[in-house]
Design a protein. Structure first.
Length: 478
């Protein structure tokens, strides 16, 4: 086994909930291959995304920076592409690893600028989603995600889930596993370590799942979410507008049970593809020479709080993410880490493991000490996230969370404060309650300190910017 400059395999899903995996306590959804990664390595029970939106979250993975620093504040194409080039002058792990002597490959969903530009980013080979799209068309299928969204999600009786019109072997996730196996076989013939990122589309909506996975789970086995009966008391009205935006208001709990059961089938389908990749690593004699990381860019509301997708909220269903790392010889099997970690930590982790210097402006911290079973004395005691808007609406939000409390700063609406120990479903907003004013003040202080430490301009104080929207007392107010 290789404990110095090992191979790195990063398996990344899109929009996968923390609780949609066996190793995180789901007793119904079967994910034995991914569970094996956690069982033979370390699982993280407090891993979070810095933003619950695809492009900026993936930008944070690449650069180790929070979105307000790397500049990809929303998805590609949003707001007349105003943010789409900001990330291009930031250091990113693939080029750094390539320069350090790694073979670096990429497969699947990208959702960032200059897709397929190997010279710029450092991925070579690079198997793009458009290559998969072409293979589907070449096979004679008239199919596209936009068509499936219209079929599944619009209309007064939209089901939000169903059987894919593609057979399993033509799904993006199957193709991603195929191309990952090709990369493993190709890289194993050389004398360099490799880094492969395999980016699965699922279980992102539309929940179009191939047979037989679409009917693998009985909807009656889906237990009611503890926050399904959300009434939105003292909460930002934009959360209810999200129900309208995504046409989800007509879905009752039995409807959501069908959707969730189908989503779980999607997760099991992905797990089967992960198993194929692990088998290929083992056959190549590289399983124990490879650090395997499994995670997702963000989660999914999936009916929690009666909401769908993600966006203008900071609930744990979208911000807490699965994370498991297997690295024989370094990570002890069956190890559980309950320290707060973030996707911004992945880039510096990859670099330190490869023996490469971490750029000065990186916001994340290498997970290497945690992987060795050591928690540094100055490791973070809280976690932060941000949001800047999506498609039709700019909307700035910030969040800070400790083990017990969560505070959400909504400059244009009601702030939120949740007691996570007493109210894990985040139903009762305590921010307007007089008796919690001292807790609110302390959480605001935590947030302001973090925002200043990470150069978030939302707390600039001086010049034309004189006051925050009730986040802190500015100098000129004193």
């Amino acid at each position: 086994m290789n404990t110095e400059r090992p191979n790195i395999l990063f398996l990344l899903t899109d929009m996968q909930r923390y609780d949609a995996l066996g190793f995180n306590g789901n007793a119904v959804c079967k994910t034995p291959a991914i569970d094996r990664i956690a069982r033979e390595g370390m699982r993280f029970c407090r891993a979070y995304t810095p933003i619950a939106l695809c492009s900026p979250a993936r930008g944070s993975l690449l650069t180790g920076m929070f979105p307000h620093n790397h500049g990809q504040l929303s998805n590609m194409g949003n707001f007349n592409r105003a943010f789409d080039l900001n990330i291009l002058d930031k250091p990113a792990y693939p080029q750094i690893l390539s320069d350090a002597g790694y073979n670096v490959g990429y497969v699947g969903k990208w959702h960032l600028p200059r897709e397929g530009d190997s010279e710029f980013w450092g991925f070579d080979p690079w198997h793009r989603t458009r290559d998969w799209n072409q293979s589907v068309r070449d096979a004679g299928f008239d199919w596209g995600y936009a068509q499936e969204v219209q079929r599944m999600e619009w209309g007064g009786d939209a089901p939000f889930c169903g059987r894919s019109q593609l057979p399993a072997e033509y799904m993006q996730e199957h193709w991603t596993a195929d191309r990952t196996i090709d990369l493993i076989e190709g890289f194993c013939g050389g004398d360099k370590p490799f880094m492969i990122c395999s980016s699965f589309f699922g279980p992102h909506f539309p929940y179009c799942v191939p047979e037989p996975y679409d009917e693998m789970y009985d909807p009656d086995t889906v237990a009611r979410w503890i926050n399904f009966d959300e009434q939105f008391v003292d909460k930002p009205s934009v959360q209810q507008k999200e129900m309208l935006r995504w046409n989800a208001s007509h879905l009752t709990w039995p409807d959501w049970q069908k959707v969730i059961a189908t989503y779980w089938g999607y997760c099991t389908f992905i797990d089967d593809q992960v198993q194929r990749v692990l088998d290929a690593l083992e056959e190549a004699g590289q399983l124990d020479n490879t650090m395997i990381v499994y995670s997702s860019d963000h989660g999914d509301m999936l009916g929690s709080h009666r909401l769908f997708n993600k966006m203008m909220n900071m609930y744990n269903e979208t911000h807490q993410i699965p994370l498991a790392i297997r690295w024989p010889g370094v990570v002890e099997p069956n190890h559980v880490c309950d320290d707060f970690v973030s996707l911004v930590d992945m880039m510096p982790t990859f670099l330190e493991i490869a023996g490469v210097d971490i750029p000065d402006k990186v916001d994340g911290c290498s997970l290497l000490p945690l992987l060795r079973g050591e928690t540094p004395s100055d490791w973070r005691e809280d976690i932060f996230a941000e949001h800047h808007g999506y498609e039709p609406a700019l909307c700035t939000i910030r969040m800070v969370q400790t083990q017990k409390w969560k505070y959400i700063y909504n400059p244009c609406s009601e702030d939120e404060l949740y007691d996570l120990e007493s109210d894990p479903g985040e139903l009762h907003n305590l921010a307007p309650k007089l008796g919690y004013k001292h807790v609110l003040r302390r959480m605001k202080d935590r947030m302001v300190e973090w925002l200043r430490d990470t150069n978030d301009g939302i707390v600039n104080d001086g010049g034309w910017q004189s006051n925050s929207y009730d986040l802190f007392v500015s100098g000129r107010e004193r």
